[in-house]
Structures are given as structure tokens and as C-alpha cells.
Design a protein around this ligand. Structure first.
Ligand code: HMG
Length: 447
């Protein structure tokens, strides 16, 4: 069977940054380590005045097309995943295609375009849609572009404010991919939940603590479902495990839970038994409460063992590198985690072709999805071509007052009584220029 998967990937960060320990924490009267150690975040990316989900997505897609030498005729599908859309009818993919048509000779008239919504998991679902379209043989030899793009803003003062971020990931889905091949085995955990939602509002209503429990529950279900189709997971099967990363502290919790699940009834559990005992089994306890207390105690000890730490440092910690610097990018967060892992492999000059990643996506509301991907021969040059370090390095560092302005200007319904100047100068990129006759957003390409 022909391999189908991600041929190339591009990341576009918002061009501004908010320094959490040095700018955010003092304003909140918090210990900076709450952010750097507790949540695991150092900076968040924010969009400049002329940036939004369309410009970030279109700029990522343009770099992808240029780098791969593609013309619009090569693309049969443009799907956007976002939870920051500003229109209930016209999809962001039409805006992005419109931007791209300003700079290429051809057009996307015969490309299917759409928009996927299921909180953060929609990015992975859009990749699946493209995969299925190619597998079904409906692509006429063409590739798909999937763009996951969000301005993940919370209301000012919401506990989620520290986890904000803005950026886009563009992925080229094609046959015989250079980067990773997707497998058919998938596991799902999905339930009607009201932990994080945006009912006709820009900023989310969030029950933060509950959202963390819901994340863990759906992940466990997805893991069990994945094992029911792919067989029991062995610890050494996967080189890295990129998770959806709202903030690295969340992944720390999910990884520990996944580890406990995976080592149960294996030699790894036996090896640890002398040090911390065996995992509590429910039938050994009189009631659920006592069982849960025993589990918590076991987990607290498990996370300090060398065996767990070694696995975590090898397979999970390297997936968090970019996230610490950019915050939550919602639909693209797990795709950023995948790139962090591959960058780690590149830095360590790993012989990596044929290795496998276990990718764990999640979206509030709520659904988790887990699947495996196999690294392909072209991975090294694809990851080497990324310019994300330069982008992060050149971000404009906001003061607190400037951050307040930036938050205000990106609030769609805010009537601003003042002009806010751009903080950076656009160059060789798409920019937002204002609103049109029918309240549509307008864009231009700046040389
Ligand atoms: P909070 O309540 O302000 O923070 O907000 P906290 O008091 O729970 O502290 C956070 C961590 O820092 C804790 O670690 C503290 O102990 C630690 P933990 O105990 O949990 O391991 N801490 C410190 N560590 C070192 N030194 C210190 C210190 N002080 C505290 N001095 C909360 C946290 C997650 C609730 C908030 O950020 C929030 O509401 N975020 C938004 C919701 C969210 O991200 N949920 C995650 C799961 S849901 C999800 O991932 C989906 C999502 O991406 C949306 C989508 O799918 O579309 C959000």
C-alpha cells in the first residue's frame, strides 16, 4: 500500500511575545516559578496588529509551497482547523486561498476547501480528512494543505490567561511523504463535556481544573481504544510521544498516567516493585476512595523513580521545547509538539528513519485521539529547513501596557478609543488591512 502522511510542515508564530516570569508574573503578584516550573511556560506568542489566523496560516502555507516548489494546481484540497474563526459561514480556508492567489499565477478554483471544528483536536481531524481523501483515491494526484491556526486568547483575568498563544502550522499531506507516514490504527475517547467552550463568544468559558480531569479521562479511553486495535503498547515501541500541550505541566500529568497504564503487568512494573511496590488493583480495596488514594500515592512515587524519569526525559520532555516558548496554539499545539520532537532528534543527530511516534491529540468538549506515525527518509532536511528559531528570536518583547493594547485590539467586539501602532514592520508577508463592505476581513501581500 502506498504510504500517505505529512510530507512537509511549516510553523508561523505571532510576531510579539509576552514574557511570563518577568512581565506577567509581577503584574499578577505571583512567583515567576508558578509559570516556568508549575505550568512549564516561559513566553507566549501574540499576533501583531496586522496579524490574525488568516495571515499566520497563509504565511505558513506560502512558505510551505515555496519550499516544496508547488503551484496552486498541485493542491486539490485546503482545510483549515481553527477555534478562532470570525465567521459562522465563510471558512478561513477561502481567505487563505485568496491570499495565496495574490502571489501565485494559478488559482485554487478546483480545490475543495473547508473548516474543521472540534476545539484543539480539529487540527488532527483535518489531517485525517486529507489522509482519507488521498486513500480513497479522490485526489487526482494532488496533495492537500492542512492549516491549523489560532489566536488562543482568554478573557483578561481568566486563569487561562497565562496559557495564551498565537500561531499556525501548515502541513502538506501527500503520497510517499518525506516526514512521517500515518497509520490506520487509531484510538478515540470522546464524550459530551462542558469544560471549555465558546458559545457565540470569542473568549472561552473555562472550568480549568475540570478541563484537566477531562483531558486525562479522554486520553485514557483513547489509549485503551488504540490498544484494542493496535495491540498492547510496549514502552520501547515509540521514540517520542507528542501530546496536545495546552501547557507543559498538563503533559507531565498525562505522561505519568500513560506510563502507569502501559507498564501494568509488564516486566517494567516488576522491576519497580522492589522500590515502590506494585500498582494498586481496585479489587484489593474496600471502596473506590481508598483505591484512588492508593493510586495517587503510587503515582507520586512513580514519578520520582529513575526508570520513569529516564523514559520521560527521552520520550516526552523533548516534545515540549517549542511549547514552552509559545504557549497554547490550540489546533496546532500537538503538531508543534511533533516538530519539537523531530528537532530534538535532529539536534542529537539520531539515526531516525523508521522510528515511531505515538501522537496524542486532544480537544475540549471533549475528545482525545491517539495514533502512531513512522518517520520517513526525508525527515532530516524537512526539519532542518524550518526557520522557527529565527522567528522566535526576532519577536517583539511586549511591556505590560503594550500587552493590554494587543489583547484589546484582537478582541473583535471591542470599541477601541485609541489607535494602536504596529510593533514590527511587515516584510514579505500577508497582512490584515481592515474590514470590507460586507464586514469581511481584507488582506494584502507586503513585499
Ligand atoms: P491556576 O489555577 O492559576 O494555576 O491555573 P495553579 O494554581 O493550578 O498552578 C498551576 C501549577 O503550578 C500547579 O501545578 C501548581 O502546584 C504549580 P500542579 O500542582 O497542578 O502540578 N505552582 C508552582 N510551581 C512552582 N513554584 C510555584 C508555584 N505556584 C504554583 N511558586 C489552569 C491553572 C490550568 C486551571 C489555568 O491555566 C487554566 O484555566 N487554563 C486553561 C484551561 C487549560 O489549559 N486546560 C488544560 C486541559 S484542557 C485542554 O488542553 C484543551 C484546551 O487546549 C482547549 C481546546 O481543546 O480547545 C485548553
Amino acid at each position: 500500500m502506498t504510504a500517505v502522511g505529512i510530507d512537509a510542515i511549516e510553523i508561523r508564530s505571532g510576531k510579539l511575545k509576552l514574557d511570563l516570569p518577568n512581565t506577567f508574573a509581577p503584574q499578577k503578584g505571583d512567583d515567576p516559578e508558578k509559570y516556568t516550573k508549575g505550568l512549564g511556560l516561559t513566553n507566549s506568542s501574540f499576533p501583531d496588529v496586522y496579524e490574525d489566523i488568516v495571515t499566520m496560516g497563509a504565511n505558513a502555507a506560502k512558505r510551505l509551497m515555496d519550499r516544496k516548489g508547488l503551484e496552486p494546481d498541485d493542491i486539490g484540497r485546503i482545510d483549515v482547523a481553527t477555534e478562532s474563526a470570525f465567521d459562522h459561514s465563510k471558512p478561513v480556508s477561502t481567505y487563505i486561498a485568496g491570499c495565496l492567489e495574490k502571489v501565485y499565477d494559478g488559482d485554487f478554483v478546483h480545490a475543495n476547501k473547508g473548516e474543521r471544528k472540534f476545539a484543539c483536536v480539529a487540527g488532527t481531524q483535518a489531517v485525517d480528512d486529507a489522509y482519507n481523501w488521498i486513500r480513497a483515491g479522490r485526489n487526482r494526484g494532488r496533495a492537500a494543505i492542512v492549516v491549523a491556526t489560532d489566536t488562543a486568547l482568554y478573557a483578561r483575568g481568566d486563569p487561562g490567561e497565562a496559557t495564551q498563544g498565537a500561531g499556525a502550522v501548515a502541513m502538506l499531506i501527500d503520497e510517499e511523504p518525506s516526514l512521517v507516514e500515518l497509520s490506520n490504527d487509531q484510538g478515540y475517547g470522546s464524550k459530551d463535556e462542558t469544560d471549555f467552550l465558546k458559545p457565540n463568544q470569542q473568549f472561552p468559558s473555562v472550568d480549568g481544573k475540570r478541563s484537566m480531569q477531562v483531558y486525562l479521562s479522554r486520553m485514557r479511553e483513547a489509549l485503551e481504544d488504540y490498544e484494542s486495535v493496535a495491540g498492547d503498547i510496549e514502552l520501547d515501541d515509540f521514540a517520542y510521544a507528542p501530546f496536545h500541550t495546552p501547557f507543559p505541566g498538563m503533559v507531565r500529568k498525562a505522561a505519568l498516567l500513560a506510563y502507569r497504564h502501559v507498564i501494568r503487568d509488564t516486566e517494567y512494573e516488576d522491576d519497580l516493585a522492589g522500590e515502590i511496590g506494585r500498582q494498586p488493583r481496585e479489587h484489593e480495596y474496600d471502596d473506590r476512595e481508598a483505591y484512588e488514594a492508593a493510586i495517587r500515592e503510587y503515582m507520586d512515587e512513580l514519578k520520582t523513580t529513575e526508570q520513569y524519569r529516564t523514559w520521560y526525559d527521552d520520550a516526552v520532555e523533548p516534545t515540549l521545547g517549542l511549547s514552552r516558548e509559545v504557549g497554547n496554539w490550540y489546533t496546532s499545539s500537538v503538531h508543534v509538539a511533533r516538530v519539537s520532537a523531530l528537532r530534538d532528534a535532529l539536534e542529537r543527530d539520531r539515526d531516525f528513519v523508521g522510528e515511531t511516534l505515538l501522537v496524542a491529540s486532544y480537544g475540549s468538549g471533549a475528545q482525545a485521539e491517539i495514533h502512531a506515525e513512522t518517520v520517513r527518509a526525508g525527515w532530516r532536511s524537512e526539519i532542518d529547513a524550518l526557520d522557527i528559531d529565527d522567528q522566535l528570536e526576532s519577536r517583539y518583547d511586549l511591556t505590560w501596557e503594550e500587552y493590554e493594547d494587543v489583547h484589546d485590539i484582537h478582541e473583535y467586539d471591542k470599541d477601541l478609543d485609541r489607535e494602536i501602532e504596529e510593533f514590527t514592520a511587515p516584510e514579505g508577508e500577508f497582512v490584515f488591512t481592515g474590514w470590507g463592505r460586507m464586514n469581511e476581513r481584507k488582506y494584502e501581500y507586503v513585499e
